[in-house]
Design a protein around this ligand. Structure first.
Ligand SMILES: Nc1nc2c(ncn2[C@@H]2O[C@H](COP(=O)(O)OP(=O)(O)OP(=O)(O)O)[C@@H](O)[C@H]2O)c(=O)[nH]1
Ligand SMILES: [Mg+2]
Length: 254
């Protein structure tokens, strides 16, 4: 059976209560890293020490890393989660085990935990979690694992909901926002595959795209999302914006 948030898998008590809404600061929505910030954060990540530390294929295998700040990437299958984690940690999508992107939707079947620390001699500073995709090509058991992870991780600082910029936000994504609100997990929107959008190199298009994403959010899903980024796993500067955001959410300074 396929895990489809809308049809096959029902998260508990969705839409059962209203959330307080919060005004967006457009300056935050539009903020990009300065060149100095970009170069500093890129060097921190690329000189840092990373590794795949766990791999969960069932609810029972989900590790307890609650002592370390965590950030997870979630999104529909094929949206570019694994590619983006490769770019964040290694500078480009990688062929390493657990980091290999695939054209086939549903290629990541497990929760994959990657650690990061800026020096080999210190203990891990944060964990990036690659989640299986939802929707086409997914499986109901993966939905259960995702739900368990989101509800039991007490040190989950942020979930980035990845949205393919050519497809934009679908109802399944809105359901995930609802679910994260319910679990009181802060979430943020990250557009992906920006390089594939016609005219994406034209100045001002990115801000338009961010504003469009913002307009597609329902009022009651705006609880936490005060920041919208647009990325391409192949454009280093866009990855730097996300690196900075992740550092901030994890309470790390550059
Ligand atoms: N042009 C372009 N292609 C991308 C980008 N990011 C990912 N892709 C491609 O999109 C496809 C899916 O990428 P993945 O990173 O495996 O996507 P995923 O979200 O991890 O997919 P699942 O694990 O199946 O949920 C691959 O063919 C990637 O090469 C991007 O920024 N630009
Ligand atoms: Mg994947």
């Amino acid at each position: 059976m396929r895990f489809n948030l809308r049809l096959k898998y029902t998260f508990p008590v969705l839409n059962a209560h209203k959330f307080q809404t919060r005004k967006f600061a457009t300056s935050i929505v539009a903020r990009n890293a300065t060149d100095a910030e970009s170069s500093r954060i890129r060097s921190l990540f690329l000189k840092g020490s990373t590794g795949q530390i766990a791999f969960a294929q069932s609810v029972e295998q989900i590790p307890d890393y609650n002592e370390t700040p965590q950030v997870a990437l979630i999104g529909r299958t094929n949206v570019g989660k694994t590619s983006l984690i490769g770019s964040l940690l290694l500078g480009a999508p990688s062929k390493q085990k657990g980091l290999k992107p695939s054209k086939r939707p549903g290629s990541t079947k497990a929760l994959v935990f990657h650690s990061f620390k800026r020096k080999a001699s210190i203990s891990k500073e944060m964990i990036l979690v690659d989640l299986p995709g939802y929707g086409y090509g997914s499986h109901i058991d993966q939905g259960k694992m995702i739900e368990k992870y989101l509800s039991s991780s007490t040190n989950l600082r942020a979930v980035f909901i990845l949205i393919d910029m050519k497809v934009m936000i679908k109802s399944a994504d809105l359901m995930v926002m609802d679910l994260l609100n319910r679990f009181r997990v802060p979430w943020y929107i990250v557009g992906t595959k920006w390089d594939k959008v016609k005219g994406s190199h034209i100045p001002g298009r990115e801000l338009e795209a961010r504003t469009k994403l913002l307009s597609l959010l329902k009022d009651d899903t705006r609880l936490y999302s005060d920041e919208i980024l647009v990325t391409s796993s192949q454009v280093p500067k866009s990855v730097d914006n996300l690196r900075l955001s992740i550092f901030k959410k994890c309470g790390l300074s550059i």
